[in-house]
Design a binder for this molecule. Structure first.
Ligand SMILES: Cc1cc2nc3c(=O)[nH]c(=O)nc-3n(C[C@H](O)[C@H](O)[C@H](O)COP(=O)(O)OP(=O)(O)OC[C@H]3O[C@@H](n4cnc5c(N)ncnc54)[C@H](O)[C@@H]3O)c2cc1C
Length: 478
């Protein structure tokens, strides 16, 4: 009988299946102490945002129940992990601590520091990869450099190795005596007044079981049409697994293996997106400044505008372009935004309004339930043309055409911008072109019930192209 317990430090791996840290603890045969620390050590801008906190609350609740069924208590602590871990380990006499790796720059730095500290106390600290298919630092191109282009990156990943198969959930864990714990509800992770997250619960089931169910449903009903349907905002053509993946309620290995099992060789388009997630982490690990600085350094001289009113109109979904407003309101109401909508709304901010992408990334960070440092920074840099393998800056999305192409029935707009929902299809993405009698019949009074466009598309496009041309000339001179 072991008396000294092992600690499993849960972070963004809020699941019991395919959890190598938990598996190692189970295999040790020692009593297991499951710990979660609410540690806001991230630099101010990147502390967990409000929508993420809502998700975290529900995810911890779910994990706690799952662990309870295995006879294990989830111990909650709030504060600096570097102090709390060591304090708890010494107090309960733990000689081993296991955790799964994080890849945010400050977390990597903090975790290496903690490992050193623990070793000084003769406590064995071991970490595992549980959130990526491939360890980012192991992947290099033929020149031994970090990949900057997605396709060769993904080809190299697939050629290097098949991802290892997922681990089963432990059937049994030895429990340790009850330990003092914070009370989850006292952390105030969910909003009270005003409760801006009241519609979140209708959009999401949180937790490991919900994530597994969602994957099963996606594989049985949607994957065969994913390649085409994924771009249509009103269709339920995508998996909506992103928050589950971010919080580690499901692992990419589980997704990979279940997908290959269900439809071998026919899921390339979907697995490629999982590949983009890997690529974003690969870039973040190699470029810790990626959340705030452009990977393409010439963009640090870009002539961004300061436009407080424009930023507010964009955040509130009041730009006068229905597709942009629908996207921004979907985000506010559900904590999620469809990928195509993210691309179009982000492009509008950085190209039509010339507002720095970092301002958009911060807003997404606070409002997305799937806010993820690697994917968010990668997505914003891609749209802005300053990232690795990014969309060229001069490709300026026309919000009307994007709306008509990817929301042809206007169903997405009608759902989130009800003010224009009675407009006929041919005007729903361009209300300002509708004749007066059509507007009247649809109860639309421009400038009153729905705004005029805050900027003209043709003017904005020219202005963006000019700004880019100036940047190019400046860099040629420099
Ligand atoms: C400006 C911008 C910001 C973004 N911010 C985030 C973010 O904070 N968190 C986040 O998870 N994703 C982000 N993305 C990527 C993408 O929009 C979301 O991952 C996707 O919409 C999630 O929906 P889904 O789970 O249904 O995706 P699916 O299409 O079903 O894809 C499956 C999974 O693949 C990954 N994935 C898909 N597309 C991408 C992509 N372009 N880049 C990286 N990974 C991808 C996600 O983990 C996703 O859950 C952003 C994209 C843009 C353009």
């Amino acid at each position: 009988m072991h008396s000294s317990p092992v600690i499993v430090w849960f972070r963004n791996d809020l699941r019991i299946a395919d959890n190598p840290a938990l598996r190692a603890a189970a295999a040790s045969g020692a009593p297991v102490v499951a710990l979660y620390i609410l540690d806001d050590a991230a630099p101010d801008l990147w502390r967990r945002g409000a929508a993420s906190r809502w998700w975290l609350h529900h995810s911890l609740q779910s994990l706690s129940e799952t662990l309870q069924n295995l006879g294990i208590q989830l111990v909650l602590r709030q504060g600096r992990a570097e102090f709390l871990i060591e304090e708890l380990a010494v107090k309960i006499g733990a000689t081993k601590i296991f955790w799964n790796r994080l890849y945010e720059p400050w977390a990597m730095e903090r975790d290496s520091q903690i490992k050193i500290q623990l070793r000084h106390q003769n406590i064995d600290a071991q970490s595992f990869n549980a959130s990526l298919l491939f360890e980012p630092s192991h992947l290099r191109n033929k020149q031994g450099e970090v990949f900057k282009v997605f396709t060769p990156f993904w080809r190299a990943c697939l050629a290097a190795a098949t991802p290892t198969s997922p681990l089963a959930a432990p059937k049994q864990l030895n429990s340790f005596s009850e330990i003092e714990s914070d009370v989850l509800s006292h952390w105030n992770l969910t909003p009270r007044r005003p409760n801006w997250a009241k519609a979140f619960s209708a959009s999401w089931d949180v937790g490991e079981a919900a994530a597994q169910n969602k994957l099963k449903l996606f594989l049985s009903k949607k994957i065969m049409s994913y390649k085409i349907d994924r771009d249509f905002m009103a269709k339920e053509g995508v998996s909506r697994l992103s928050p589950h993946l971010h919080f580690g309620e499901i692992s990419p290995r589980q997704i990979w293996f279940m997908t290959q099992k269900k439809i071998p060789n026919s899921a390339d388009a979907f697995l490629r997106e999982i590949g983009w997630r890997e690529f974003c982490y690969h870039l973040l690990v190699a470029n810790p400044q990626m959340p705030s600085e452009p990977l393409d350094r010439k963009f640090s001289r870009f002539a961004w505008r300061e436009d407080f009113e424009g930023l507010k109109a964009w955040q509130k979904g009041q730009t006068g372009y229905p597709i942009i407003d629908a996207a921004m309101r979907e985000l506010w109401v559900t904590g999620y935004m469809h990928n195509r909508a993210r691309m179009v709304a982000a492009s509008f901010l950085v190209k039509h309004l010339l507002i720095p992408w970092q301002d958009g990334a911060c807003w997404f960070w606070d409002t997305l339930v799937d806010a993820d440092l690697a994917n968010n920074s990668g997505g914003w840099q891609w749209v802005s043309g300053c990232g690795a393998d990014a969309a060229p800056y001069f490709r300026v999305f026309n919000p009307v055409i994007q709306g008509e192409k990817f929301d042809p029935e206007g169903a997405y707009v009608s759902k989130y911008v009800p003010e224009v929902s009675k407009l006929p299809k041919r005007f729903i993405h361009r209300p300002w072109e509708a004749p007066q009698d059509v507007l009247q019949a649809a109860d639309v009074t421009l400038g009153k019930t729905y705004p005029y466009p805050i900027v003209d598309h043709v003017f904005a496009r020219q202005r963006a192209l000019k700004a880019y041309e100036n940047l190019r000339l400046e860099n040629t001179k420099a």
